[in-house]
Write a protein that binds this ligand. Structure first.
Ligand SMILES: [Zn+2]
Length: 465
């Protein structure tokens, strides 16, 4: 069997069609692998169709541009120059032309290139979209392999250009983010009362993660912190966000926009749960008048559990001290669970003194250090410590264990500090932006906003590795 494929293009209805052969292949002896098209044939057909279609589109456009749009005079062609344009279906060498402006109107330049002006970016929007999307979910190298294996994308695609395109898309997203404000609460209680009845509370968990740094100058700064969070409405889809603390210029704006996109109203209750870190404490303030801020119970118990284990490991020779420490930690936990911060702090201080003054060994010194750090931690976060026991009885949220998985979801595995690959802060920040948009199913809508006629289907976001 001999198969020929032709493309028929009718530039104008009723006009003479242009017919071009785009592929030819043979088939003999039916086998599973020879039934229908092979991937290589499909790629080659796509590429040929793309080439033929684009040539016609471009020549039609240039013919239109060859005439002055104001007076209809023919424009003078100064020279021909090609541009290279990369699309999902092949790298295209487009023949453009440089035209002299018509004298009927004043122009700031003598000449212009219609095609270069039409295509300021040298990659098609769909290519930019898929490159950024995949590169936010897997390595640049794998993204190239995947796209090149399935599409006639050409050998010209490489990890460096995918990375560059991802940055370009991320910067475009960043440019859309509004100005930073210290306060995002708008209106007054009277106005809030007139708002429609809000949805049930919005829960926002904020946590930190660590990324392996390429800007390392000593052993200590081998990593840097990223802030990651998830906003969960009572109904509807959760959204994630993330940024690199030292790069981010508009942390509050970023978080506010996430909540806003979920329909947050000023009369709606918002519960913020955080790990109590220095960097996230300020972030959550002044975003909503009905906000409550909680130190995440999960993070308190994690620290307590570590100290409890250490106290049980004290030498039996320090029997009294050991028993005292174990009991004190129980009291501390009970008081914190019931929101009795002053009482808890008293117990912590006493324990710190006991551990510090008694005869010490290595294990005791380590526990002593932990207890002192815990004292500082509780002091700094005392405003965010609530009566967890009561909230728990009322079925209210007290812990954002869900954020732990968010950290793993938003901070790609290839970024974490154990991995070989190192990241600059700027690059990690830009990657986090694309990745959050992909996980929130917001990247495709952004492309639709930027490019009229952009029509890539929305695919449900996947849990990324
Ligand atoms: Zn003219």
């Amino acid at each position: 069997m001999n198969v020929k494929l032709q493309i028929v293009i009718e530039s104008e209805p009723g006009g003479l069609p242009i017919i071009q052969e785009v592929a030819q292949f043979e088939r003999a002896g039916l086998q599973p692998a020879t039934l229908g098209l092979a991937l290589s044939e499909a790629k080659s057909i796509l590429q040929s169709v793309q080439q033929a279609l684009v040539e016609q589109q471009v020549s039609g456009y240039l013919a239109q541009q060859a005439v002055c749009q104001d007076c209809g005079e023919q424009r003078v062609c100064k020279d021909r120059r090609g541009i290279v344009y990369r699309s999902l279906f092949g790298k295209l060498n487009l023949q453009g032309s440089r035209l002299l402006h018509c004298a009927c109107q004043a122009h700031s330049t003598k000449s212009f290139s219609p095609l270069s002006e039409l295509l300021p970016e040298r990659s098609s929007p769909e290519l930019l979209y898929l490159e950024s999307k995949f590169a936010s979910l897997m390595s640049y190298g794998l993204s190239v392999q995947l796209l090149a294996e399935l599409l006639p994308i050409g050998a010209s695609l490489n990890a460096a250009s995918v990375r560059q395109n991802l940055h370009q898309v991320a910067l475009q997203l960043e440019a859309e983010l509004g100005e930073e404000q210290s306060v995002f609460i708008e209106g007054c209680p009277d106005e809030w009362a007139k708002l429609p009845r809000p949805e049930l509370p919005l829960t926002v968990g904020i946590d930190g993660g660590y990324v392996h740094s390429s800007e390392q100058t000593s052993r200590q700064d081998g990593w840097f912190e990223v802030i990651v969070g998830k906003s969960i409405p009572a109904s509807g889809n959760s959204k994630v966000f993330g940024f690199v603390q030292t790069v981010e210029q508009k942390p509050k704006r970023r978080l506010f926009e996430v909540m806003q996109s979920q329909g947050m109203q000023m009369n709606q209750q918002v519960t913020f749960l955080s790990d109590g870190g220095e960097s996230v404490r300020e972030l959550q303030l002044y975003l909503n008048p009905n906000a409550e801020h909680l130190l995440d119970w999960f993070h308190i118990t994690m620290r307590l559990t570590v100290m409890q284990q250490m106290s049980k490991g004290l030498e039996s020779a320090q029997g009294e001290l050991k028993a005292g420490a174990v009991a004190a930690l129980e009291h501390i936990k009970w008081n914190l669970w019931h929101g009795k911060v002053s009482r808890a702090l008293q117990w912590i201080e006493d324990l710190a003194v006991d551990l510090d003054t008694a005869e010490t060994d290595e294990k005791q010194r380590k526990l002593s250090k932990q207890v002192q750090e815990f004292e500082v931690y509780i002091h700094r976060n005392r405003a965010f410590i609530v009566n967890y026991g009561e909230r728990y009885r009322y079925g209210e949220v007290i812990s954002s264990a869900f954020v732990e998985s968010t950290v793993n979801q938003v901070v790609s595995k290839r970024m974490v500090k154990k991995q070989q690959m190192r990241w600059s802060k700027k690059e990690a920040h830009l990657l986090l932006q694309i990745r959050s948009k992909v996980l929130n199913a917001e990247l495709q809508p952004a492309f639709r906003r930027w490019y009229a006629g952009f029509a890539v289907e929305e695919v449900e976001p996947v849990l990324a590795a």
